[in-house]
Design a protein around this ligand. Sequence first.
Ligand SMILES: Cc1cc2nc3c(=O)[nH]c(=O)nc-3n(C[C@H](O)[C@H](O)[C@H](O)COP(=O)(O)O)c2cc1C
Length: 326
Amino acid sequence: MKTRITALFGIQHPIIQGGMHYVGLAELAAAVSNAGGLGIITALTQKTPALLAREIARCRELTDKPFGVNLTFLPSLSVPPYAEYIAAIKEGGVRIVETAGRNPDKYMPILKAAGIKVIHKCTSVRHALKAEQIGCDAVSVDGFECGGHPGEDDLPNMILLPRAAEELKIPFVASGGMADARSLVAALALGAEGINMGTRFVATKEAPVHENVKQAIVAASELDTRLVMRALRNTERVLNNAGVERLIEIEREKGQDLQFADIQEQVAGVYPKVMVEGKLDAGAWSCGMVAGLINDIPTVKELIDRIMADAEALIGGRLTGYLGEA
Ligand SMILES: Cc1cc2nc3c(=O)[nH]c(=O)nc-3n(C[C@H](O)[C@H](O)[C@H](O)COP(=O)(O)O)c2cc1C
């Protein structure tokens, strides 16, 4: 399948693995790239730019295919040294960066000077247009279904994607709720030129996370995610668990007066406990509604091959069949 996204990134299939804290390590990124998609290492999981450089080198040993690095700009207690992370990306020879959170306006000159292609992940048409205007090469349009930060507009992809298609000139991928060939074909129909998946890639053999996390995603239904931190305008979609229930209780008590400090225990430092130690109830960790469509833990290659084969059958079979006799 050839789209502007496969051409832009030099990949075989229009499937991207979104940056994921404590999940987007070299093993997963390399597995996705080796399977013909675009794997992405998550920069901020590496505590320093030097550690990111090491992770990039590790990924390069595992694949000779293109891969990218995610740079997330989110409200945080201490601002990471982004320019130094970008230097590590550039020196590591990585030519693709996924940005998310705030737009990368400030860093575009150094990213572009380094010949880096930028795909910005955002949750609204206005932010996508801004990304286009500041020189991003593509966008990842993240609907309300998505795991992680869906923004504050609450627009599901059925509306958001065609609206993006109406406005954007640069290519975009559909993100949020993508799991299989049905998602890919629907996304293409709505105007996207590929898909970005998060939660689906966590439940794969190569995802370097605790088995409990994978089993929890397989066990979860589409009703098992919760939105937290709405009052802070930093909404996150997470898998429900005892820590999240406590968090929601605190949010209910505090209402609009909620401060980050009130919920720090449930949201800060949670990822290593969940992803490394498998303590699922430690607090809030991102998970999409798409968990309801995830019922197995395949290898990344099995997953991507299945999506592409089923997409071909879906387009050439069922959909073409609806057109009837010529
Ligand atoms: C466990 C987890 C951690 C994530 N961490 C990040 C992150 O650090 N930065 C980021 O830009 N997106 C992050 N995301 C969002 C994904 O990159 C992707 O946009 C999202 O998962 C797409 O929705 P889906 O889960 O329905 O596929 C995370 C998602 C998950 C499930």
